[in-house]
Design a binder for this molecule. Sequence first.
Ligand SMILES: CCCCCCC/C=C/C(=O)SCCNC(=O)CCNC(=O)[C@H](O)C(C)(C)COP(=O)(O)OP(=O)(O)OC[C@H]1O[C@@H](n2cnc3c(N)ncnc32)[C@H](O)[C@@H]1OP(=O)(O)O
Length: 282
Amino acid sequence: MMRSKLMNLVPRAVATTSRQMSTATKLTTVQVDDKTGIATLTMNRPPVNGLNLELLRDIHQSIEEIEGNKSRGLILTSSNPTIFSAGLDIFEMYKPDKERIRAFWTALQDVWLALYGSSVPTAAAINGHSPAGGCLLATSCEYRVMLPKYTIGLNETKLGIVAPKWFMSTFESVLPRRLAERALNQGRMFTTEEALAVGLVDEVANSKEEAIAKCAQFIGTFAKVNPLARALTKQQLRAEELKQLEDERVQDLEKFIFFVNQPAVQKGLGIYLESLKKKATK
Ligand SMILES: CCCCCCC/C=C/C(=O)SCCNC(=O)CCNC(=O)[C@H](O)C(C)(C)COP(=O)(O)OP(=O)(O)OC[C@H]1O[C@@H](n2cnc3c(N)ncnc32)[C@H](O)[C@@H]1OP(=O)(O)O
């Protein structure tokens, strides 16, 4: 996988317009700025960009497309004005269908492996709330720019569930160990201002456009760096976490299937879904 991605790292010509690379997928769009060569991958699954099987598959396909089209970088964002992603779609895990739940978790693994291991520079323009799986996507990128007054974090313990090891190690690759451990145990959601103070995000922007511009600026810092050397350096630094999941994909899936089917977990997810609905009717 690594070799084929690295083969894409050859110089390309630049034009002056922006073009839509992909409309084949319905829940994501990929727009390439032909001037910078940077691709913006936008998640578009109303109402909250809940990561269901289809959205995960579309995100994966879009990342592969960006890798294959020799973009200079990838910016991940959302079409929703207040939500980056509400994380995993809880309906996928609540009273799950036997076959679909396996495909769902496999698609999540695929997305993480592709995004965390991406050979191109990656940045997240976090233009809204970003709990749990949303935080995983953002922290899998190399740089994060967030809009004010939103929240980000891994809140799994608050739902009575446990984030898998690779969620935790991604979080830990951004935050100091002690802080990450405490936040994970607490299921803490950080406000934008708190996230900036601890380094969970790198910058704050006042609009989505500004966030995207700041992400592009970050990606631009690699303009004079050899792309192959950059990609190999990144992938070596991330190799241990990537290899761990690649080696343990099946066990990770089986662990998830076992856990998700526990009556106590199902009960907890049901209660959480009810609380979300009640909140909506208040
Ligand atoms: C069992 C084994 C587990 C192994 C570990 C798995 C690791 C898990 C990772 C996860 O990502 S779990 C999901 C965690 N996500 C959350 O806790 C987010 C919950 N949602 C919110 O906090 C809020 O919805 C929001 C994102 C802050 C947005 O708030 P807002 O006020 O703008 O919208 P709402 O009215 O709350 O929501 C609109 C609509 O969407 C539904 N919804 C929200 N989040 C989810 C979700 N994650 N999955 C499914 N559905 C979701 C919500 O119920 C509303 O529905 P309706 O009432 O309109 O039908």
